[in-house]
Design a protein around this ligand. Structure first.
Ligand code: PA5
Length: 308
């Protein structure tokens, strides 16, 4: 059944209850994840909240030279046909890595590796719940009550996303470029916002994160750019030195922020809340710009041409 893009976004609250994990795993020394765009981001977000073993996310055709039999390799491609991920997966199998795949079908599903199959019918970036859940259930928490709470937070936002629409309205009204400022453990969530602006709103966007941005991005904030060029979006809820940095950076560089305040008690709840807020802001901005948030024909044409 075809779901329009808004319905796909609204499905996130159901996706986080998807019951899937990687099953029995042999011991491993490191994790290498391969995935591009809306699929790869699942691995990147996971890599920031998991610290029991080194994790490297590869958004390319190959694998790092250390990847071997002691490596858990996870290939993520929603379509299963993304050539970079297919190539990296074949290489992982050749090197004898322990391989797990997450896909809805395509070439990846025919490689004979152990696979978590996710439902078809979504844009990859609107299937993040399905793509990330196997990582979370296997490595972070298998407590379904946690996912129930996340699901409620997300569906509350589906019912009322007027705050997110207001943020989109500010960006639109200023004809500005979004600059999303995250902080650990939400650095990749800030990057996810950037990519959602690219794909859903069809505009350029940037992301950076505290504390690193204070050592570079903050300098042009003061000297060269300001609110006439950019809308600076910052994730609220930071504490300690990061909270001070957020405040002092704004004061020293005269940068006005639009603050996105996460709801929830745990890191996972806040993380999903922030991800979904970015989905809605970028979606509303696309509609305000009168473009189709779902359309990614540039990418589709590129993938077709690369086949020849
Ligand atoms: O959001 C998108 O549609 C893209 O960023 C895709 O995720 C990316 O091109 C990779 O495709 P797939 O997710 O099918 O591997």
């Amino acid at each position: 059944m075809y779901m329009n893009f808004e319905d796909q976004l609204r499905d996130f609250s159901r996706q986080v209850k998807f019951k899937a994990n990687f099953g029995e795993l042999s011991p491993f020394k490191n994790i290498v994840i391969s995935g591009m765009g809306g699929s790869g981001i699942a691995g990147s977000i996971f890599s920031e909240i998991y610290d029991k073993a080194p994790v490297q996310v590869v958004s390319d055709y190959g694998l790092p030279s250390y990847a071997d039999r002691d490596t858990l390799f996870v290939g993520i491609s929603y379509s299963g046909n993304t050539e970079e991920t297919v190539a990296a997966t074949k290489e992982a199998m050749r090197r004898g890595c322990q391989v797990r795949l997450i896909t809805s079908g395509g070439e990846l599903s025919e490689l004979g590796a152990e696979t978590v199959v996710v439902p078809k019918g979504y844009q990859p970036r609107a299937a993040l719940g399905y793509l990330i859940k196997p990582f979370l259930s296997t490595f972070i928490t298998s407590d379904e009550a946690q996912y129930d709470r996340i699901s409620r937070l997300l569906s509350d936002m589906d019912t009322n996303n007027s705050n997110e629409k207001d943020v989109a309205g500010k960006i639109f009204g200023r004809r500005s470029i979004p600059y999303v400022l995250g902080y650990p453990p939400f650095r990749w969530v800030a990057y996810r916002w950037k990519t959602q602006f690219n794909e859903n709103s069809k505009i350029l966007a940037f992301s950076a994160y505290f504390p690193e941005l204070d050592h570079n991005d903050a300098i042009p904030f003061k000297h060269t750019y300001g609110k006439e060029n950019f809308s600076f979006l910052v994730f609220g809820g930071s504490t300690g030195q990061i909270e001070k940095r957020v405040r002092f950076t704004s004061e020293i560089t005269s940068t006005e922020y639009i603050t996105i305040q996460p709801k929830g008690d745990t890191v996972l709840e806040k993380l999903f809340y922030l991800v979904h807020a970015g989905d809605y802001v970028s979606y509303h901005l696309g509609n305000m710009r009168k473009i189709d948030p779902e359309d990614v024909s540039v990418l589709t044409e590129l993938k077709e041409r690369l086949k020849s």
